[in-house]
Design a protein around this ligand. Structure first.
Ligand code: ATP
Length: 289
């Protein structure tokens, strides 16, 4: 029997993000194309003799109590499946927090997947994704990984092929953005919608420049109005030669795509001159299993 497991919890980026309507239950119907990138937290799960869940995080701003989404995932699974064992969850945080990269959701998803094995629960990935929705709208996507069109509140997933290989240069400006506030400030009656079908066709055709030209996020406008610096970061990335640039989620992370390594290097070096948190990673885009 295994008593220890290490799992990677990759961040997601939005290639497109559209908000369709506010629903009666308070959630919004969205339409977004999401994919995973090789910027990941490392989660260590260790069986505990005592029947309790203990979370440790190497990052001062992330809670280690029941507010942590990884804790909530373990608790949910433990209660639903009536597990009598305990677990220690150590989170080696690499994904910036409150960044639009689903850092908390991907930790929760990794814990669901990891504990399913560690506790021999034999739940299917679909069952884990369904449970994950109780924790957050992005958790089902994070349980599967890959590249998908997400609709509903984010839980209805239509999987797409892996996009062409490329570099992803991410910049996380210093402020944290509240997703709730951005939703409240969105004007649903007056917005330009992304070409979601065009993005899907480009991914289906493996058309990298088609993908780059269709990167779009309806939340950008609102976040840029609140934080001018985020817009400046985007403009710099275009100037420094990115093939396509867009903000992820409600921000403030902005990312650029390029297939050219020299250009990726140049972007990294130029941005590092004035931004603290710059990452160059590969796009993953393939399902976990
Ligand atoms: P999204 O893209 O889904 O909006 P985000 O990247 O903007 O997510 P997160 O980093 O997931 O934001 O977390 C935002 C808040 O959630 C933080 O204020 C943090 O206190 C809390 N949180 C709870 N659990 C975690 C976790 N495991 N990792 C990071 N933040 C967590």
């Amino acid at each position: 029997m295994h008593t220890h497991k290490i799992i990677k919890a990759p961040a997601k980026i939005n290639l497109t993000l559209d908000v369709i309507r506010k629903r009666d239950d308070g959630y919004h119907d969205v339409e977004m194309v999401m994919t995973t990138v090789d910027l990941a937290d490392r989660i260590e799960l260790t069986t505990l003799e005592e029947n309790r869940i203990k979370v440790d995080v190497n990052h001062g701003f992330v809670p280690s109590d029941n507010k942590n989404l990884a804790y909530q995932a373990a608790k949910l699974l433990k209660d639903k499946m009536d597990v009598k064992k305990g677990v220690r969850i150590f989170i080696d945080k690499q994904i910036p927090i409150s960044a639009g990269l689903a850092g908390g959701s991907t930790d929760a998803a990794a814990v669901l997947r990891g504990l399913n094995e560690l506790w021999d629960l034999n739940l299917s990935i679909d069952e884990l994704a369904e449970l994950g929705l109780e924790i957050g709208s992005d958790v089902p996507f994070c349980v599967h990984g890959g590249t998908a069109l997400a609709t509903g509140r984010g839980e209805t997933l239509q999987f797409l092929p892996t996009p062409p290989p490329c570099w992803v240069i991410l910049v996380k400006p210093p402020m944290g953005v509240s997703t709730k506030e951005i939703y409240q400030r969105l004007n649903l009656d007056q917005m330009e919608h992304p070409d979601t079908q065009g993005m899907i066709a480009s991914i289906n055709n493996g058309d990298f420049s088609g993908i780059c030209s269709r990167l779009e996020n309806v939340m950008e406008k609102v976040t840029f109005e609140l934080y001018k610096d985020v817009e400046r970061v985007k403009n710099s990335m275009i100037q420094f030669g990115a093939d396509g640039v867009v903000m992820s989620g409600s921000g403030p992370t902005v990312f650029a795509l390029t297939q050219n390594e020299t250009r990726a290097d140049r972007l990294y070096n130029s941005l590092k001159g004035f931004m603290d948190q710059v990452f160059v990673v590969r796009l993953l885009g393939t399902k976990h299993d």
